[in-house]
Design a protein around this ligand. Structure first.
Ligand SMILES: CC(C)(COP(=O)(O)OP(=O)(O)OC[C@H]1O[C@@H](n2cnc3c(N)ncnc32)[C@H](O)[C@@H]1OP(=O)(O)O)[C@@H](O)C(=O)NCCC(=O)NCCS
Length: 176
């Protein structure tokens, strides 16, 4: 794997850019209704292909996007974590987004990935603020945002649901 591809390495994961060879693994993941809970429902292979093409185009244009989460222990693509472009009111924001295969839930994996992506945004991309949109019934996802240091900032309507917007700002280091 070329260094260009890698976004972050954590204890259990490698986060790397998607490429065209990921289609089978990505489509299998996105076809799983549990992975796609609190969203638009399971994706067809065609829908996954068109999303994958968008993610690759983002990489080619050097835009922050969603990244493949590879499980180090078994080498499998087990989810994704990265950035989605959103608006809160009139303000452009980057959202941290993640989905993981249910076989890997409740082991702290999403938190590990989201922390790495948060640090990448602040330390490498120089962003000042990140958000996370939480569906009212998505307790696990809300817990992940809390564990990475996000706090409730506002409430909006997103895709027809009342949605909590959690956020975190970069801590600016000051020298005396
Ligand atoms: C949300 C999701 C990414 C969490 O992944 P994960 O790897 O299980 O997350 P973690 O293990 O890091 O943390 C999950 C936390 O939620 C808690 N949790 C899980 N299910 C819960 C529930 N039904 N009610 C309350 N808390 C719950 C866990 O106990 C854990 O908190 P803790 O560490 O304080 O015990 C995963 O469930 C998922 O992919 N869901 C489907 C897609 C999705 O909802 N994505 C996010 C919205 S776009």
């Amino acid at each position: 794997m070329s260094a260009m591809m890698i976004i972050a390495e954590t204890l259990r994961l490698i986060l790397r850019r998607f490429d065209a060879t990921d289609l089978d693994g990505f489509a299998a993941l996105m076809a799983n209704p549990d992975v796609m809970r609190f969203s638009l429902g399971a994706y067809s292979r065609e829908q996954s292909l068109s999303l994958l093409e968008r993610l690759i185009a983002d990489n080619d244009a050097n835009r922050p996007t969603l990244y493949a989460a590879m499980h180090r222990a078994d080498g499998k693509l087990i989810g994704y974590c990265g950035f989605l472009r959103q608006k809160v009111g009139s303000k452009d924001e980057l959202e941290i987004g993640y989905r993981f295969h249910p076989d890997y839930w409740n082991q702290g994996i999403a938190t590990e990935a989201a922390m790495a992506v948060r640090d990448y945004a602040f330390d490498r991309l120089g962003l000042d603020h990140l958000v996370s949109f939480i569906h009212p019934n998505n307790h696990a996802s809300r817990r992940v945002t809390e564990k990475i240091g996000m706090r409730l900032e506002t409430e909006i309507t997103f895709r027809g649901f009342p949605t909590q917007v959690f956020g975190i700002s970069r801590v600016v280091q000051t020298r005396n």
